[in-house]
Ligand binder design. Structure first.
Ligand SMILES: [Zn+2]
Length: 274
């Protein structure tokens, strides 16, 4: 009987899953975030309202917390304009709000390993060449919308960031994507089974709520899954309920409950009478 209990406990621990465990570790390990109490500039409310469409689905308490997190983010992280870009408050607040949306219900610190956000005006050619497995230098890739380095830097293309942030339901949001990589670097979150499923779907051209780019590797899978979780939550929950549940547990948010119900289909035209 005792043996059975031990087996049950071990099994239970396994099924809790890596997502759950890492989320718990994050909450226990990170110092609880102390939010500032100083006034939030009026302009920030308007910027978030105009540019960060996903914030419109938040409760007023959540929106307040989001802006507090933006305060922490802007006080803590260094922004730098690249490619001739002159940074504005709108750019910094929009990017910080997207990054903070991921942290909204997490207690851990604010991206503790991140120091700098580099912002380009448009898609950019990455500075560092990649080496292929054969040893050759990879040809320069197409322009990138963003990059996340593991030495404390995120790179963002501003026009892609604002386009992604203003459209809350196309599944594409470069800020969520790159900052999910930052969380992944902290936590090593991954879900192999769902990743393999996307690889099979992508290889067979089967449609999925998740973009094919997520089949690139497990890190991209987590970043793409995060974008989909926030931007297509209802579809993700329907098609991948286990993945949705893991992400809900990890982020401690349930965006499918928040998403506006889909518009009702237009009424059918009256049947033609012969
Ligand atoms: Zn990525």
């Amino acid at each position: 009987m005792e043996g059975l209990a031990v087996v049950g406990l071990v099994f239970g621990l396994i099924v809790v899953g890596y997502f759950g465990v890492s989320a718990v570790l994050r909450r226990m390990g990170g110092k609880s975030l102390r939010l500032p109490t100083g006034a939030i500039p009026d302009t920030w409310h308007a910027i978030v309202q105009n540019n960060v469409a996903l914030a419109r689905g938040l409760s007023s308490d959540e929106r307040e917390r989001l802006l507090r997190l933006v305060q922490v983010f802007l006080a803590d992280k260094h922004f730098e304009g690249c490619g001739g870009l002159v940074l504005t408050e709108e750019m910094k607040v929009t990017i910080a709000a997207g990054a903070s949306l991921l942290l909204l219900h997490l207690d851990g610190p604010c991206y503790p390993t991140l120091r700098t956000v580099l912002v380009y005006p448009h898609g950019f050619i990455p500075k560092f060449a990649r080496r292929l497995r054969t040893g050759e230098i990879a040809p320069p890739p197409a322009r990138l919308m963003g990059e996340s380095w593991d030495n404390g830097v995120v790179v963002i293309s501003w026009d892609d960031a604002v386009r992604g942030a203003r459209n809350p339901s196309d599944g594409e949001n470069v800020v969520l994507h790159e900052f999910a990589h930052q969380l992944d670097t902290e936590d090593g979150v991954t879900d192999s089974e769902e990743y393999e499923r996307l690889r099979r779907d992508a290889a067979r051209d089967r449609p999925s709520a998740l973009d094919d780019y997520g089949a690139t590797n497990e890190a991209e899978f987590f970043a793409v899954a995060t974008e989909t979780f926030f931007e297509k939550p209802v579809q993700l929950e329907r098609e991948h309920p286990a993945l949705y549940a893991q992400l809900r547990k990890f982020y401690r948010q349930d965006p499918a409950r928040r998403a506006p119900p889909p518009a009702p289909p237009p009424p059918l035209p009256p049947a033609a009478v012969p």
